[in-house]
Design a protein around this ligand. Structure first.
Ligand code: CAA
Length: 380
């Protein structure tokens, strides 16, 4: 299949990511079938798509005519077969459970056209494992979007062990058609690029609170106003969803080791079903609107305390052959709206300083903080 022949897209799962992906595909001119298990979820998704498009229209990024045209390209259904039967590309965005995703892929494999691409928006599961559910793993690929898909410019394209070159190329071209920047992830590995760097950073912030060293507002304020991140780690955890953060950390703990175990505050919120913005409570309460983070609350928190372990994670990615430094920088800037990429921060702050912070942490809290050989090699 050539990219020009790709016209119809099915999105399976109409939650936070699914409805956002359906929206960007419809805006780009694709015919979209959006499927979920109940009409109520689908109605909700349509309402969310409309309100997001209206926000874009208000900012002049979309005309009223294009808004209505995009909406008219989206059909919703609770019937999986109906959704995928004419699709050239299917993106599954159902909850992060391997058994569920494999079951969906198996059904899609039987109901979709034989040449259709089967993409997964998984944020932490192995594409190789998912592909085991289908007869032709060559046509399975990771197509990982970021929240909110309407605004975040990155898409990670992840090959499984058997993914064909043609499938990867189509996925890269499709992302470009959606006006996104695709970054190719060289190896299927837990969390790919952005989540592998970002999610342990959220956990680290929470460990600092757990140890009683700093408070939520002090850290969020410092990271937002001093490090110039778009939001601090606790606001971001609530934005992504505590359940998503927790589940990704559990996968990391299992696949990468105990250093990635969810911290107690995250685990507590998860168990209490305080999942962040979507449930009205997480690290912050949302019932009376978005929380206000005071600009002066973070004066004493040293942002390198969080930047150093985060950059260490980025350096591990490079030494494990998952991505090059330039791609990690691009991915972090476009997938998390960071003001600079991790390796740009190394250049600005200096590898010596960052490894110094890590060695202190290693002395206090153990081997998980040991500076990676790659980060140490960047010393001037
Ligand atoms: N659709 C359309 N427009 C939207 C929107 C949406 N979903 N969300 C926000 N906007 C618009 C708003 O209307 C607003 O427009 P105006 O300025 O005209 O009012 C503008 O975008 C800015 O929004 P806000 O003022 O509400 O907030 P902001 O300036 O903080 O921007 C943000 C919001 C883009 C989300 C920004 O805070 C940000 O970049 N945060 C970090 C997000 C991030 O890291 N995402 C990745 C998470 S990891 C992930 O998703 C992967 C995974 O697998 C877990």
């Amino acid at each position: 299949m050539k990219i020009e022949d790709l016209k119809t897209v099915a999105i399976l799962g109409a939650g936070t990511m699914g409805h956002g992906i359906a929206q960007v595909a419809a805006v780009a001119g694709y015919r979209v079938f959006l499927r979920d298990v109940s009409n109520e979820i689908l109605e909700n998704a349509k309402g969310n798509i409309r309100s997001s498009l209206e926000r874009l229209a208000k900012r002049g990024r979309l005309s009223e005519k294009d808004l209505e045209a995009a909406l008219s390209r989206i059909s919703t259904t609770i019937d999986l077969k109906e959704a995928v039967k004419n699709a050239d590309l299917i993106v599954e965005a159902v909850p992060e459970r391997l058994d569920l995703k494999q079951r969906i892929f198996k059904e899609v494999d039987e109901a979709a056209p034989k040449e259709a691409i089967l993409a997964s928006n998984t944020s932490s599961l192995s594409i190789t494992d998912l592909a085991k559910a289908v007869k032709k793993p060559e046509r399975v690929v990771g197509l990982h979007f970021f929240n909110p898909p309407a605004l975040m410019r990155l898409v990670e394209v992840v090959p499984g062990e058997k993914t064909s070159k043609e499938t990867v190329e189509l996925a890269m071209s499709f992302a470009k058609k959606l006006d996104k920047t695709p970054v190719f992830v060289k190896r299927d590995s837990p969390g790919f690029i952005v989540n592998r760097v970002l999610i342990p950073y959220l956990n680290e912030a929470s460990k600092i609170v757990e140890r009683g060293e700093f408070k939520v507002l002090e850290i969020d304020s410092a990271m937002q106003f001093k490090a110039k991140f778009p939001m601090g780690p606790f606001l971001l955890s609530d934005y992504i969803g505590i359940d998503i953060v927790y589940e990704i950390l559990r996968v990391f703990e299992e696949k990468l080791g105990p250093f990635y175990k969810p911290s107690a505050p995250i685990e507590k919120l998860f168990k209490e079903k305080k999942l962040g913005r979507k449930t009205g409570e997480g690290f912050y309460g949302y019932k009376e609107g978005a929380p206000k983070v005071p600009e002066d609350a973070g004066a004493v928190f040293d942002v390198n305390r969080l930047l150093a372990p985060m950059i260490n994670e980025a350096a591990k990615l490079v030494s494990e052959g998952i991505a090059e430094t330039g791609d990690v920088d691009t991915a972090m800037k476009l997938g998390a709206n960071l003001p600079e990429g991790p390796f740009e921060t190394v250049k600005r702050v200096g590898a010596d300083k960052l490894t110094g912070v890590l060695k202190e942490l290693e002395k206090k809290h153990g081997k998980g903080y040991a500076p990676s050989a790659f980060l140490s090699s960047l010393k001037q």
